[in-house]
Design a protein around this ligand. Sequence first.
Ligand code: MG
Ligand code: ZN
Length: 339
Amino acid sequence: MIGDGMGLSAASAAMYTQARPLNLEQFSSIGFHKAHSSNSLKTDSAAGATAFACGVKTYNSAVGLNPDSTVCKNIIELAEAKGLATGIVVTSTIPHATPAAFYAHQPLRVFYDLIAEDFLASGIDFAVGGGKRYFDFRDSDDRNLIKELEQKGYVVRSFLDEDLGEFTINSTQKFVYFTNNEDPLPVMQGRNYLPYASRLATTFLEQHNENDKGFFLMIEGSQIDWAAHANQSDYMLGELLDFDETIGEMLEFANKNRETLIIVTGDHETGGVAINPKSKRKRLKIGFTTNDHTCSLVPVYAYGPGAELFRGIYENTAINRKMRDLLELDKSSGLFGRD
Ligand code: MG
Ligand code: ZN
């Protein structure tokens, strides 16, 4: 679970706006990762997510590539190859940088049409997010990737059909649901699907993995970052609490399931968020030092089997290695020498 741009001060602010503890406070194994990219102390979401997805530090703006621009294998590809079910649920567009790093390989994050094409080859079983237009009203060609997904056996639905909550899901078929043509709305403007879609993803993926090999699911609270870029604290808090509600759904699933590890982190800090003096509970004086990303260490919260491995201070790429070790993916390939 990636809270894009969710640093320690943002999480603190979310805690102090609530009367009750956050779901995040149930996590007992806490660590920090170093988010810097291959070419800068300041990472962007493309390089940050590539570190989680592939286990390599790459240059800012690159999606699923090594720093020499060769393709790096991501954890979803490894999981698919081993027969695990896979999914992504995001509050950005599906081809946005963070989710893209988990299925695409492109030199620039803004190549949305090409990233959408890479989605077709990914084998991802369940996806919910915005950006329908990169699939059916494309700038670069007249391909209809929704038709192509259907030809590959996907059920594809969108906000133009039924509401996600109305949808009776058939877990034998792969499923994509578009929540918007472009970016999904902020929570403040009525978006509310992340907790529900994430719960639906666990139900679907649990049923979809035929041989009981398990699943890998990436959930992103994408707009925490966008709010912090805009230095809008109410927007940011709304996104943080939505993300925390989603964490609560996942904890409920994991507590029943007993064999699911949940990892929550940010790809980097955004905004240089500060909780300034004279703040009071629920009346915080939130300040920002920048409208960009900052270079602080980012907290990692883990819960479930293997959670203790996430204690300590390590590179962001180590999160990928720890996940692969726990899932016993590609132990012998030697492709991933760079933590
Ligand atoms: Mg993102
Ligand atoms: Zn950002």
